[in-house]
Ligand binder design. Structure first.
Ligand SMILES: [Zn+2]
Ligand SMILES: [Zn+2]
Length: 363
């Protein structure tokens, strides 16, 4: 089968290529990929700024249907619509594994970077990683369960927002719009801050019911009465966003870093000293944060559909990567069942029956 893979170390070396297939081993399942979201991490892997073990099929945000269950796997998983946690294996011996903090295991191997991932028609994942999705949930939108689980790890374990808190989120990309929704679910009153150029993303934020700001001065004026925000959540991964957050946090407040800078940046860290703000972050997701995420989705506390800008075939990856780099989309999701010819640069409208496997899948 053809998959989008990082073929060799170094910058670039990403291409659609013939990828190996095997049946699921003991404890594993084979999924037909229905939706695979392109993440900032994928761009970092392409740019050689995030560790990977090439050649490897990329893609770790996956929704699919269980086609085959390996030995020892409950057969009732077959035909289920699922999303999957990303860890393929952890060492289970290190002190972090033994503490239940598997996301911090130094030997952690995840799909899409160390093990073949979901930018392909089919992917193998351990059955223990599966979560069924609600019947009403769109399979493309469901691939956002993974970034939501990462956000939940940062904001819910333990909770960083209390009812009545004034919250500022910088960076209205998919992670920012998920963080804003989680903060609101916790009882926060949320302002989403972006750049003038983030027009579509801020529009999406307003549609989700958030107040938005693009000017640092007008944000400062808004925060004057309360002497700052109780919680600031940095989701832009930019020095400017971090500075806005540090300058907006109230004395004794909280600063949560979720965005990834990808390089050293200069930020006014003395603000932590002056405000005694508590700075926290979170690396990837945990089984616990996945349970939080799936519950927020099924309780409809979080809307995922509005974050999907486009659904595209694997063949359109280059244009998609470019758009995401330029911030011209929120989330772009691959549906490997789509034929490349359907891509004319506009949003694909997949009208594929939930269980039908198109001819192109039976290669
Ligand atoms: Zn991701
Ligand atoms: Zn370990």
């Amino acid at each position: 089968m053809r998959g989008l893979a990082k073929l060799a170390a170094g910058r670039g070396n990403v291409a659609l290529a013939e990828r190996p297939e095997r049946p699921p081993a003991k404890g594993e399942t084979l999924l037909q990929v229905r939706g695979a979201g392109i993440c900032g991490t994928d761009l970092h892997i392409a740019d050689d700024e995030f560790r990977s073990d090439p050649p490897v099929t990329m893609g770790h945000e996956v929704c699919g249907v269980v086609l085959e269950a390996g030995q020892g796997v409950d057969p009732s998983w077959r035909d289920s619509r699922v999303v999957a946690e990303t860890y393929f294996s952890t060492c289970s011996r290190c002190e972090w594994c033994r503490d239940g903090r598997v996301n911090l295991c130094p030997e952690r191997r995840s799909i899409g970077s160390f093990v073949d991932g979901a930018f392909a028609p089919r992917v193998i994942v351990p059955a223990r990683n599966l979560h069924r999705i609600p019947d009403w949930l769109d399979e493309h939108a469901a691939s956002l369960a993974e970034p939501l689980a990462c956000v939940c790890h940062c904001l819910l374990d333990p909770p960083k927002v209390t009812a009545g808190d004034l919250v500022v989120v910088t960076g209205p990309g998919p992670v920012g719009l998920l963080a804003a929704q989680v903060a609101r679910a916790l009882g926060g009153s949320v302002v989403v801050m972006g750049l003038e150029s983030d027009t579509a993303r801020l529009e999406a934020a307003r549609k989700l019911g958030f107040e938005t700001e693009t000017s640092v001065d007008s944000l400062a004026a808004r925060l004057e009465v309360t002497h700052g925000a109780n919680v600031v959540i940095e989701c832009s991964g930019s020095a400017g966003g971090a500075a806005t957050c540090l300058n907006s946090v109230r004395r004794g407040g909280r600063y949560v870093q979720i965005g990834v800078f990808g390089k050293p940046v200069e930020i006014p860290l003395d603000r932590i000293f002056e405000t005694e703000a508590i700075l926290t972050s979170g690396f990837a997701s945990t089984p616990r944060s996945w349970r939080h995420a799936m519950r927020l989705i099924s309780e409809r506390e979080i809307e995922l559909e509005p974050l999907v800008s486009e659904v595209i075939p694997l063949g359109s990856w280059e244009v998609a990567f470019e758009k995401l780099r330029a911030g011209r989309a929120i989330k772009i999701v691959f549906d490997p069942r789509l034929e490349d010819s359907q891509d004319d640069g506009t949003r694909a409208q997949p009208e594929i029956a939930q269980t039908a496997v198109p001819a192109s899948m039976k290669e």
